[in-house]
Design a protein around this ligand. Structure first.
Ligand SMILES: Cc1ncc(COP(=O)(O)O)c(C=O)c1O
Length: 372
């Protein structure tokens, strides 16, 4: 079995078998000619299947230690596809501290079509137990959570939900398969916003699913084809190119994230720092570059965002450029106030995604922005 750094560079298809091209060809074709009636090259129409996308799908499966992969136009497209596995009356328990867009999709749309959701602190096993119902069919967790970096025990969740015949879905966007492998820990389905660390350059939006469930693959592929949020050939290539450098980027994100988190802890303007590296869990091998922090004074938040020069005030995370967001109105604006406050998302919270610039330059930028 090759090491993950090698799989990243060589992907599932190290060269094109027809031409020998080392960079996966971009099959920019909507449709594919059939040799004759009843015969096919295996490709028919790019919404359903595309050769460039297939290489990416096989690659995410390899990286996650899964049998199957599916690629979507966005992370939300991937998450929406997973919900298609459920019926009216099914109940899903969801981490309460999660990306606001996922909350909006579940509560604002699928709840309307009869799927029931409970949002709880899945890092607390008692709260998880209390939320179980006779119709609970799945757990959907983010770990580390977004933006408070809480850790949910993947193996414990898998046991709880498997005992009831349900499935565990893990959003692995924050750590990627480089640092965390949910399927090896018992998860059934892994989802990613590949717009983040996997593509890594803030230049594309994409979503991925990886899983090993023979019994679910057909339903997921039918949903992907029917809903039509499949990833384009060009964007598939961009994600594949990003994945080639995932291992080296993740190491730099990790060291920059750690340096910034430790430095923020020393600052008088900062009340508390949330960084998963401060509370390491054996289920993951690292902490990437995500650092959230509470300022002591809420009035300082807009000033810091305005004063930062190198660190860009923009939504998203996981790219080579460092970004900072104000989750209250940006990434988590869709979450109702009581739930947001209970999760800890308030007007003093900033979330930083450490890029791969020089850490001293990043810290100097934060220092000048925090000063009075
Ligand atoms: C943890 C997490 N999951 C899913 C998504 C949705 O992904 P996308 O923006 O690619 O649709 C995001 C987006 O920020 C995210 O942070």
């Amino acid at each position: 079995m090759k090491k993950i750094d090698t799989i990243c560079v060589h992907t599932a298809r190290p060269f094109d078998p027809i031409t020998g091209a080392i960079s996966t060809p971009i099959y920019q074709s909507a449709t594919f000619r059939h040799p004759k009636l009843g015969e096919s090259t295996g490709f028919d129409y790019s919404r359903a299947i595309n050769p460039t996308r297939s290489v990416l799908e096989e690659t995410i499966a390899l990286l996650e230690g899964a049998k199957y992969g599916l690629a979507f136009a966005t992370g939300m497209g991937a998450i929406s596809c997973v919900v298609k596995l459920f019926d009216v009356g099914d109940h899903i328990i969801v981490s309460e501290d999660l990306y606001g867009g996922t909350y909006r999709l579940f509560d604002g749309y699928y709840a309307k079509y009869g799927v029931e959701f409970s949002f709880v602190d899945t890092s607390d096993p008692r709260k998880l137990d209390d939320a179980l119902k006779p119709n609970t069919k799945a757990l959907f967790i983010e770990t580390p959570s977004n933006p408070m970096m809480k850790i949910t025990d993947i193996a414990a969740c898998a046991k709880i939900i498997h005992d009831r015949g349900g499935i565990l879905i893990v959003d692995n966007t924050f750590l990627t398969p480089y640092f965390q492998n949910p399927i090896a820990l018992g998860a059934d389905i892994v989802v990613h916003s590949a717009s983040k660390y996997l593509s890594g350059h803030n230049d594309t939006v994409a979503g991925l699913i990886a899983h090993s469930r023979d019994d679910l693959d057909f339903a997921l592929r039918e949903a992907q084809k029917s809903e039509g949020a499949s990833l384009s050939a060009l964007d598939s290539w961009l994600v594949l190119r990003g994945i080639k450098t995932l291992a080296v980027r993740m190491e730099r994100h990790r060291s920059n994230g750690e340096a910034i988190a430790k430095w923020l802890q020393t600052r008088p303007e900062v009340e508390r720092v949330f960084y998963s590296g401060f509370t390491p869990h054996p289920q993951s091998r690292g902490s990437a570059g995500m650092v959230s922090f509470y300022l002591k004074d809420p009035a300082k938040a807009p000033k810091v965002l305005e004063r930062l020069k190198l660190i860009l005030f923009a939504e998203s995370l996981g790219g080579v450029e460092s970004l900072i967001t104000f989750p209250l109105v940006q990434t988590h604006g869709a979450i109702p106030e009581p739930m947001r406050l209970s999760a800890g998302v308030n007007d003093r919270l900033l979330r930083l995604s450490a890029g791969i610039e020089d850490k001293d330059d990043l810290i100097a930028d934060l220092a000048q922005a925090l000063e009075d």
